[in-house]
Design a protein around this ligand. Structure first.
Ligand code: T46
Length: 185
């Protein structure tokens, strides 16, 4: 039981599974292959990832893996809240360089499907936020690339002052879109 909604970039979808609440709490089928196939999303995921970020304003991204380790991602939040971002880096896409920004939270129970060809990142909007996501290809460190989160050409409103974000050293050094090799057609 899930709802699938397109976003401004149709290949990026918001998926919201049903939460069955009762006096004890809730139960939710957060991923079901048959529901995804029935919704026309015939992806096979091979790895589950889980990250925890202690501080509000922790920014992870913008990341993607190139072929043959390019990944579709299904992202969800089990604790806290994030602004989740997907940037279209498919060179021949009519929405090349455009992005989708969606709040995912424990409260709204939304998931974001980020297809191959998109750079992905998020910023945490609450402390101790936990993000779980399925990926359709294994980790390939040699194929793990990034795009500068603060590239003015992307026009992303991260909602947190950029001088306050908590970043890995790696995420301070990614190329801007204009300097990014053509990884996806
Ligand atoms: C991605 C990944 C990382 N690692 C190891 C490598 C490092 O020793 C450590 C932290 O990696 P990293 O700093 O790349 O983690 P994030 O900054 O959270 O990266 C992720 O954040 C954004 C939001 C993404 O969409 C990607 O899935 C992923 O790149 O975990 C692994 O062992 N396996 C993996 O699949």
């Amino acid at each position: 039981m899930l709802s699938v909604e397109p976003t401004a970039i149709p290949d990026v979808k918001v998926i919201t599974p049903k939460k069955h609440g009762d006096h004890r709490g809730f139960f939710s089928e957060v991923y079901k292959q048959s529901d995804m196939t029935a919704a026309g999303i015939g992806l096979v995921f091979v790895q589950d990832n889980h990250s925890r970020s202690a501080t509000v304003g922790t920014l992870r991204g913008l990341h993607f893996q190139s072929a043959p380790f390019a990944q579709d991602k299904l992202v969800r939040v089990t604790k806290g809240r994030i602004l989740d971002i997907a940037v279209d880096i498919r060179a021949s896409s009519p929405t090349f360089g455009q992005h989708v920004a969606v709040e995912l939270s424990e409260e709204n129970w939304r998931q974001l499907l980020v297809p191959v060809g998109f750079a992905h990142g998020f910023v945490t909007l609450e402390p101790d936020t936990e993000v779980l996501y399925k990926v359709s290809a294994p980790y390939g460190p040699a194929n793990d690339h990034g795009l500068a989160f603060d590239d003015p050409a992307l026009g992303i409103d991260w909602r947190i002052p950029l001088d306050k974000v908590v970043l890995s050293d790696k995420d301070r050094k990614h190329p801007r879109l204009a300097d990014l090799p053509r990884y996806f057609d």
